[in-house]
Design a protein around this ligand. Sequence first.
Ligand SMILES: Nc1ncnc2c1ncn2[C@@H]1O[C@H](COP(=O)(O)OP(=O)(O)OP(=O)(O)O)[C@@H](O)[C@H]1O
Ligand SMILES: [Mg+2]
Length: 353
Amino acid sequence: MTENTHAPQPRGVPHAGAAAGAGTPPALLRMEGVGVTAGSRHHRKVIVRDVDLTVGAGEAVGLVGESGSGKSMLVKAAIRLLPYRAEASGDISFEGRPVLGFSRRDLSAYRSRDVALIHQDPRAATNPLRTVGDFVIEQVVATGQLTHREATEKACALMAEVGVTEPRHRLTQYPHELSGGLLQRMMIIAALLHSPKLLFADEPTTALDVTVQSEVMAIIKERTAEQNVGLLFISHDLDLAAAVTDSLAVMYAGTVVERGATDRVYSRPRHPYTAALLACRPSPTAVARLTPIPGRPVAAFESGTGCAFADRCRFTIEQCRVERPHLRPLEDRMVACHRAEEIEADIEPVEAL
Ligand SMILES: Nc1ncnc2c1ncn2[C@@H]1O[C@H](COP(=O)(O)OP(=O)(O)OP(=O)(O)O)[C@@H](O)[C@H]1O
Ligand SMILES: [Mg+2]
């Protein structure tokens, strides 16, 4: 395999993403058969199809896939923040309670106490006319969880812990006065201020440069591990996700095609798409020709009745074109590929692809 600078370092927490099973922590978030559709009443498009995923307390799960594979829509479904005309189906539960059935009051408590979301672009998530302090403090005060004073003190303490200097002054500044990395740290503090049980981090470092990216990732990793917060980390970067998660779910065309413990999936992919993703990364140490995945990614609504990856897969047979593979247990993980057993030897050495 190509050398990896972000070697996966599971936190030692049992992983819910591995094959059905033993040692799984009690699920905080459980998704079963989750779908998302969008569009007009007469022309519905499938965006996410039949996703099963769990995140346990203190567990870090990575959701990885190309742009347009439905990662953000899945997360929005889990927080009930889908855009107009998009709808979720299937079962989504939080601590055993049905999220899709929440009343307004339940939903408000769920969003303000149980979960938190870090957005991809901190500037787009803030109001340029309000101070950073307003953003960080307001929600937790409005929901009565802390007084203004307590929230300010807690925010300042968190800022000091993540290396933000002059914490009180920062709270009086406007978003444009802070660098991207600093602003994203403030977003993390805002997300953690009410001590959520589960943190959704939707590509939290995509808008940042590489050095700031590692700092921000270290903060997310440390904070969530320390407070036993579940983490659903969304990224298109498999290396980055592997570095901070216990289990990985690889998404393609709106569905999960492989799921398992991070170190297993990363070191020995069993789905051709995961193997192809790993094979097309540039090596940090060697100059080598990359092996691109032929064709272009497709959205769920563009895929036909067969496997959505069939047109780009070198192992495709007739069955793949006509019959959609479902996620099924295979040794230490779940894989959605008809030929996973037969092709094992061909895809095991990732460098050979
Ligand atoms: N409001 C919407 N209405 C209809 N379709 C949408 C809407 N928002 C997104 N989509 C479509 O849903 C699909 C999945 O989008 P999504 O934003 O979840 O992808 P993603 O995996 O998060 O991609 P990225 O890595 O670029 O963030 C895409 O085909 C997109 O065009
Ligand atoms: Mg997205």
